[in-house]
Design a protein around this ligand. Structure first.
Ligand SMILES: *Cc1c(COP(=O)(O)O)cnc(C)c1O
Length: 237
């Protein structure tokens, strides 16, 4: 785990995280892209990222995305990384450039419907539940192939890969096994070459486990608290 001094500036944090990513993935995989998870943080906290070459942020609440979009839209791409209710899909169709948390057919159908209505094609990642049924979010790995075959014909969305959130209580050994499983699932699925499905992104790794994720071939890591600490964006009343 990477720990940074409390006093480190955002710029220092970004460059240390990048350095660590390069080292962790070295020799095996290209270094993953850094997605800054800006949920709960006000725009003035993270706007400087735009000058540090961080061009993509992750948010997990529809309402917060809508509030922040006017400030963000021309500086960052926004990825939706949190659980998405079908009745809220319509609010983010034009604001986000990827939905990383597609985990059920009902949601795929609604994204498809809204995308066609807004005349866009929404890039999505399929969220996998790496530890199986112990987790409430994500598709079980054994259901992935059939899910992809069902989703492939939908014109409004384009699957580009997989996403996973690891269990928070897992030890290092378990995490390593789960990251390896995700990488294997990703590669095996890519080899199946399912028509209409791309397998080029593997989004895994957060503040506490991103070095392991990089070692096991993540193409994107999603990092929040290590960059921003725990300062809070006003909660909805
Ligand atoms: C909050 C969040 C992150 C970032 O977590 P940190 O531990 O703050 O780095 C990554 N992915 C998802 C899905 C999240 O909700």
């Amino acid at each position: 785990m990477l720990t940074l001094p409390e006093s480190a500036s955002l710029e220092t944090r970004v460059s240390l995280v990048r350095e660590a990513l390069n080292t962790a993935s070295e020799g095996r995989y290209p270094a993953p892209r850094l997605i800054a998870v800006t949920k709960t943080h006000a725009p003035e906290v993270f706007l400087p990222l735009a000058d540090m070459g961080v061009d993509t942020i992750g948010e997990n609440r529809v309402q917060e995305i809508r509030e922040k979009l006017p400030v963000l839209a021309d500086r960052f791409q926004v990825h939706m990384i949190g659980r998405l209710q079908t009745n809220k899909v319509k609010y983010i169709m034009e604001g986000v450039s990827m939905i990383q948390s597609l985990d059920r057919m009902e949601l795929a159908l609604e994204i498809d419907r809204q995308a066609q209505k807004h005349q866009v094609t929404m890039p999505v990642l399929v969220e996998i539940s790496p530890a199986g049924e112990k987790q409430k979010c994500g598709l079980p790995p054994e259901e992935l192939e059939q899910f992809l075959r069902n989703v492939a014909p939908l014109q409004g969305l384009r699957v580009q890969g997989l996403m996973a959130v690891m269990p928070l209580d897992a030890d290092e050994e378990t995490l390593a096994r789960l990251f390896q499983n995700m990488r294997t699932l990703f590669e095996r699925t890519r080899e199946k070459m399912i028509p209409g499905i791309e397998m080029k992104e593997l989004s895994m790794g957060m503040s506490h486990d991103f070095l392991l994720a990089a070692r096991y071939g993540a193409t994107m890591v999603r990092i929040g608290s290590l960059l921003f600490g725990k300062r809070n964006y006003p909660a909805p009343s």
